[in-house]
Design a protein. Structure first.
Length: 205
């Protein structure tokens, strides 16, 4: 049976639309690199012990979604055992980072957020960040873990990468976006160029 994904893991996060309007927490999506890191205290737990966090000072290259103020610091737990995220520091490696953004230049991230090296994204994914994925915010990605699988409503796109390639970062994730059409249904669109005013039929993979 297929499972509906609304704001989920990695490539599905991109395919489902980076504006993530259904999330209850404010979402930020940026391209950035980590300049330095240090351990800081962020209050105390119920027993009075200090809560440690890793603070990354970052250089924001571009914000795709978020508050008006640039993100200057990213905070995460000190280890992956408590959902902390490790970023390469030194300002050489760029990332696409999605997390909980605050209006004071801070962002909080966990292992459940979308964080991936920028150079691992396909050209289509990079170009689509500005406008293409936002057009799919009212669509849902339905993962197909095994054949047969079906969509249950017109606003779903069937995601077949795992079945066809045994890989969540397959052809659909890299080269297609799930877009809402003028009739209210959703379908896969290939490429990053803006669609024509009258939405053409989508080429399925």
């Amino acid at each position: 049976m297929a499972s509906v994904v609304r704001n989920a893991d990695l490539e599905v996060y991109l395919l489902n639309g980076l504006t993530a309007q259904r999330r209850k927490t404010p979402q930020g999506v940026i391209r950035a690199k980590a300049v330095s890191e240090k351990e800081v205290d962020s209050g105390n737990d119920i027993y009075g012990n200090p809560i440690k966090r890793i603070q990354y000072e970052i250089k924001q290259i571009k914000m795709f979604k978020g508050p008006e103020k640039d993100i200057e610091f990213i905070y995460t737990a000190p280890s992956s055992a408590v959902c902390g995220v490790s970023l390469d520091v030194g300002g050489k490696k760029e990332y696409l980072i999605a997390g909980k953004a605050e209006g004071d230049g801070k962002m909080h991230i966990t292992l459940c957020d979308f964080i991936v090296p920028w150079d691992t994204l396909s050209t289509t994914q990079k170009k689509s960040l500005n406008h293409r994925y936002q057009m799919g915010c009212e669509c849902k990605i339905t993962r197909c873990p095994m054949i047969p699988c079906y969509i249950s409503s017109p606003d779903e796109c069937l995601w077949m990468d795992w079945v066809t390639e045994k890989n969540i970062n397959g052809h659909q994730a890299k080269f297609f976006a799930c877009i809402k059409r003028s009739d209210g249904s959703c379908a896969w669109y290939r490429g990053a160029a803006p669609p024509k005013q009258e939405f053409l039929d989508i080429e399925d993979p």
